[in-house]
Design a protein around this ligand. Structure first.
Ligand code: NDP
Length: 274
């Protein structure tokens, strides 16, 4: 397993869920990976389980100075940053279930989502571009992978902060890709648009696994997915390995859905012809 051999990667929001699985897949493919998050205990445990190619450092993606410090130290130790995965994200419903619908949205609630989901990605891209200009990535060039969402492509009436943040990430990805190409900075930038991937992010909505409503809630969600199941974190990690590796050297400014077919059609299926 050497598709990322000799490369270095920084993954945000890597303590659990999709970020942890991406980090594990990168290590399996031979990359040296810096896991970062704000959940320090879980992040350190995740890195130590991955062995000597992985390490953990705290990084709140909202913190400009921390981006400079963490990336600077990593590059000083390992020569270059080849891969950045901007994965950290929040729904906005972590501490309150107040609706984020366009009629009632509180600007402070929207700002909080944008701080992490959009400005965190903007800071990550900025740091990576500067770093990769100064220290040319190895192989065919560097790769920035922005984890957006299906929600960045369609409207989500009661989660409009999340949807607008992910839509902005989708668009910023293309600006980064074109800017890097124009400037001759050896980095590609692509966005990934998952939907319904079973991670801790869903816990609040599904309740405890042994709870009375868990099965019914899962069935309601997967009922809308053409493939009739949740996606797995390993499926997102597999696509990320491809985008991180030199296999995708001609791919930039592109978007990849990973949603069991949700975006292929409309939510309301036409009735079967009888
Ligand atoms: P999780 O909540 O399981 O993991 C996200 C991690 O990011 C958590 O450890 C979280 O910490 C951390 N985090 C939150 N805010 C910050 C911050 N400011 N700085 C650094 N780390 C932070 O989420 P998922 O693995 O499900 O999601 C990962 C990404 O994939 C997100 O961007 C999400 O929007 C996106 N996505 C997920 C989908 C899904 O179905 N799971 C579908 C579409 C997109 P804490 O828990 O303390 O907030």
């Amino acid at each position: 397993m050497t598709r990322l051999s000799g490369k270095t990667a920084l993954v945000t929001g890597a303590a659990r869920g999709i970020g942890r699985a991406i980090s594990a897949a990168f290590v399996r493919e031979g990359a040296r990976v810096l896991l970062t998050d704000i959940r320090d205990d879980e992040g350190a445990a995740a890195a130590s389980a991955l062995g000597p190619l992985a390490q953990y450092v705290t990084l709140d993606v909202r913190n400009e100075a921390a981006w400079e410090r963490v990336t600077g130290a990593f590059v000083a130790a390992h020569g270059a940053l080849d891969i950045l995965v901007n994965n950290a994200g929040i729904t906005g419903f972590e501490s309150s279930m107040a609706s984020h619908d366009p009629e009632h949205i509180a600007l402070d609630d929207m700002r909080a989502v944008l701080e992490t989901n959009l400005y965190g990605v903007v800071l990550g891209c900025r740091t990576a571009l500067k770093t990769m200009r100064a220290h040319r990535p190895r192989g065919a060039g560097g790769s920035i992978i922005n984890i957006s969402s299906r929600s960045g492509v369609v409207g989500i009436p009661r989660a409009s902060s999340y949807a607008v943040s992910k839509a902005a990430v989708r668009n910023h990805t293309k600006s980064v890709a074109l800017y890097a190409a124009e400037e001759g900075i050896a980095v590609r930038c692509n966005s990934v648009h998952p939907a319904a991937i079973l991670t801790p992010m869903w816990e609040a909505m599904l309740g405890p696994k042994d709870g009375p409503e868990y099965a019914a809630r899962v069935a309601a969600i997967v009922g809308d997915v053409p493939l009739k199941r949740f996606g797995t974190v390993d499926e997102v990690a597999a696509l990320s390995v491809h985008l991180a590796s030199d296999e995708s050297a001609y791919t930039t400014g592109a978007e990849f859905t990973l949603d069991g077919g949700l975006l292929a059609g409309t939510a309301a299926s036409p009735k079967r012809a009888s």
